[in-house]
Design a protein around this ligand. Structure first.
Ligand code: GLA
Length: 333
């Protein structure tokens, strides 16, 4: 396991851990120039090897849940490792978040610094087909953007859905919830979940707590819809939004003035408001993140796409290159 850091000319600093090719911290300034870490960090670097809350991790081969661990690819059905009840979460037990990636290609010039992690997932690992060569490139540029590029190749038709699982708190205080942040999600539709957190029903966000088309405080959704079944079941938000345009999410914190823009070419963002963050295991004296203290926005293909998309599942064939991007833009207002 190795750690690494990069810093841009404006003082923004990002730390990485080769376990899970993870983002370990992100130091950004508030409106007065005071730097704080805004990405949830595990207590010790070695904790990234067993990162049960996926803090900052690269998630895959398939982010989200797959019902009954069944993956149909063309005329084959693959039975995956089931690590959450009867379902597969984030690709099963030995997933991308829990392996050590090779750290290579560090480059730096006047404008940007970059770093690449690679991992080859062997054919059959957790039941998935194909020897899959995956790489994650992180670029930190002078425009205060952290650009994540995922690329992959396979030698058998397979399905990949790779994302990043940072939990953000723009105040930098992970002892308290971040529900006073103002959120905009560029989406008019969202998937509701069943009791296993599998997406089921596709609904319009209008007149519901899920409507963040106009920026508003997350806490207002809880206050205005205290009895909403979906919020109770998921302890807040844990839902897949079908996002429109490039700029999927805009988050801001009035107090510190910090802002975060998330752009992606994925069609969907799962907004998880961290309702289960206090359930992290560990020794009794260990400080646990508070409920809602970190907000995750997992840009990806639809969760449970193998069931929901049927024949339109975006399969990766040998000879093709998987190429997806997530950009985190840091600012102040
Ligand atoms: C995982 C997922 C989140 C959320 C939680 C719920 O961490 O990545 O989106 O569903 O599980 O426990």
């Amino acid at each position: 396991m190795r750690t690494f850091r990069m810093k841009n000319r404006n003082g923004i600093e990002v730390g990485f851990n080769s376990a899970g090719a993870s983002i370990a911290y992100v130091l950004t300034p508030d409106r007065y120039g005071n730097f704080k870490n805004i990405a949830l960090t595990l207590p010790e670097p070695k904790d990234y090897l067993n990162n049960e809350i996926y803090a900052g991790a690269t998630v895959g081969p398939v982010a989200g849940r797959i019902k009954d661990g069944i993956l149909p690819v063309l005329d084959q059905t693959y039975h995956l490792c089931r690590n959450e009840g009867n379902n597969t979460l984030h690709g099963g037990e030995k997933n991308f978040a829990h392996v050590i990636w090779n750290m290579t290609d560090f480059r730096e010039n006047e404008d940007e610094a970059s770093l690449r992690f690679s991992y080859t997932a062997p054919d059959g690992e957790n039941g998935f087909p194909g020897n899959r060569k995956v790489s994650v490139e992180y670029i930190l540029n002078r425009l205060n953007q952290l650009i994540i590029s995922y690329t992959a190749e396979t030698d058998k038709p397979t399905y990949l859905n790779i994302t990043n699982h940072c939990y953000w708190n723009l105040s930098g205080d992970f002892n308290r919830d971040a529900y006073d942040h103002i959120l905009k999600i560029n989406a008019d539709t969202v998937y509701y979940n069943d009791i296993q957190f599998l997406p089921t029903e596709y609904v319009d966000v209008k007149n519901s707590p899920f409507d963040f088309q106009t920026p508003r405080k997350i806490r207002d959704a809880f206050l205005n819809f205290p009895d909403h079944e979906q919020l109770k079941l998921n302890k807040g938000f844990n839902h897949a939004y079908l996002t429109k345009g490039d700029e999927a999410v805009f988050l801001s914190d009035n107090k510190s003035g910090r802002t975060l823009t998330i752009s992606t070419d994925y069609p969907c963002v799962v907004f998880y408001s961290g309702g289960f963050l206090d359930q992290i295991s560990g020794n009794e004296n260990q400080r646990r993140p508070a409920v809602g203290s970190g907000l995750a926005f997992e840009a990806q293909y639809l969760p449970d796409a193998p069931q929901l998309m049927g024949d339109s599942l975006p399969i990766l064939f040998p000879g093709m290159i998987y190429r997806k991007k997530i950009v985190f833009g840091f600012g102040t207002k």
